[in-house]
Design a protein around this ligand. Structure first.
Ligand SMILES: *[C@@H]1O[C@H](CO)[C@@H](O)[C@H](O)[C@H]1NC(C)=O
Ligand SMILES: *[C@@H]1O[C@H](CO)[C@@H](O)[C@H](O)[C@H]1NC(C)=O
Ligand SMILES: [Ca+2]
Length: 364
């Protein structure tokens, strides 16, 4: 009761001070307010696109993994060193130089979908003495071995990687170099990449040149369950993670204009090298999303996509390289801009004094 009152009191005090300061509100705070209202409006607009979801069993991999790895009638096929137990599909054991995968046998023709991945990465190795990570796929190709987390390079489609070993950072460290804190990635790192059949994944740089976005995710050797969430709706790719054991999704990346063809295959793969980990898939749950589209969106959705691509990919990259500007570069940019302005002012003053002197001379 007391708490409620004090809360109420706090509320009205806030309102009161808001009214008081309202008069002195600067233009800037009006802008902020306008922005807040706009973003609220957007939330409601999102709600208007109410979504319904259906679990699609034929694209889901759940306990007890009936027939997986033994029966040809199963919807899923194992490859490489992967194996099924009652508890999980183990893509790789905690041993060196293994690779394994599990692939759906059925191409998926859904337009909008959501994949919830329940996974577990664990092993004997201490921090940074483990590797290499796992990947979730939606690609044209299936059942191919290769260097990209156990799948082929130059794949066609979407890959979401949980990279547990910082190859590039370790390499730089050996040369006593490092990224600025802003551009440094903390591993394990989750990232997304879209391939079109001729884009190579740069393993030595942990996929940095082709990264669409990503986030840090401390997923190893945890007692609680860890989840990855991949949503593809109206050409918008969203990846979220739930790794704190709080049953809350945390944003990882969100990119509009991702064009993925229909009829590709879902899969999961993992690889170990000198360093290793158990890479386990506990479940893959695929939901079909029923989305309301505006007429324009409906028309857009009708045009067929044949090659995966991302709109404005160059802008994404430009954004990344701008972010990559080091502190020194920013310092010099600011310095030279200031010098430039100063020079302009000096030139302006000199020209002006000449001009007014001439004018004075003319008057005499
Ligand atoms: C794939 O993407 C690259 C880089 O964006 C581009 O240069 C290439 O032409 C694309 N290939 C195809 C087959 O679309
Ligand atoms: C992948 O594509 C790149 C560029 O198109 C090419 O140089 C490379 O040989 C390809 N790699 C494989 C394994 O096909
Ligand atoms: Ca790596």
């Amino acid at each position: 009761m007391a708490a409620a009152i004090s809360n109420n009191y706090k509320g009205s005090k806030l309102l009161f001070s808001f009214i008081l300061t309202r008069r002195t509100m600067t233009f800037k705070s009006y802008c902020t307010l306008a922005l807040v209202i706009c973003s609220l409006g957007r939330c409601f607009a999102e709600d208007d696109h109410e979504m319904e979801e259906f679990l699609k069993r034929e694209f889901s991999l759940t306990k007890p993994y009936q027939g997986v790895g033994s029966s040809g009638s199963s919807h899923w096929e194992l490859m490489g060193d992967s194996m099924v137990t009652t508890e999980q599909v183990r893509l790789t054991p905690d041993m060196q130089s293994r690779q394994g995968a599990v692939w759906s046998r059925i191409p998926c023709h859904l337009k909008d979908w959501e994949m919830q991945v329940h996974f577990k990465i664990h092993g004997q190795g201490k921090k940074n003495l483990n590797g290499d990570g796992l990947a979730i796929w939606y690609t044209k190709e299936r059942m191919q071995k290769g260097p990209v987390f156990g799948n082929m390079d130059n794949f066609t489609g979407l890959g979401v990687f949980v990279d547990t070993y910082p190859n590039e950072e370790k390499h730089l460290e050996a040369q006593k170099k490092r990224y600025t804190p802003r551009t440094q990635r903390i591993f394990p790192f989750v990232l997304a990449m879209v391939g079109n059949g001729s884009i190579s994944y740069d393993h030595e740089r942990d996929g940095r040149p082709t990264e669409l976005g990503g986030c840090n995710a401390m997923v190893r050797n945890l007692k609680h369950d860890t989840f990855l969430f991949i949503r593809y709706v109206r050409r918008r790719l969203t990846v979220m993670i739930d790794i704190e054991g709080q049953h809350e999704w945390r944003d990882c990346l969100d990119i509009p204009g991702v064009r993925l063809p229909q009829g590709y295959y879902f899969g999961a793969s993992a690889i170990t090298g000198d360093l290793s980990d158990n890479h386990d898939i506990i479940s893959l749950k695929l939901y079909q999303l029923t989305v309301l589209r505006t007429q324009k969106e409906e028309e857009e959705a009708e045009e067929e996509i044949t090659i995966p691509s991302v709109d404005n990919i160059d802008l994404l990259r430009v954004g990344q390289s701008e972010e990559g500007m080091s502190g020194v570069a920013i310092f010099f940019t600011v310095l030279f801009s200031m010098l430039g302005c100063f020079l302009l002012i000096v030139v302006g003053l000199v020209v002006y004094s000449h001009w007014s002197e001439n004018r004075r001379k003319r008057f005499y």
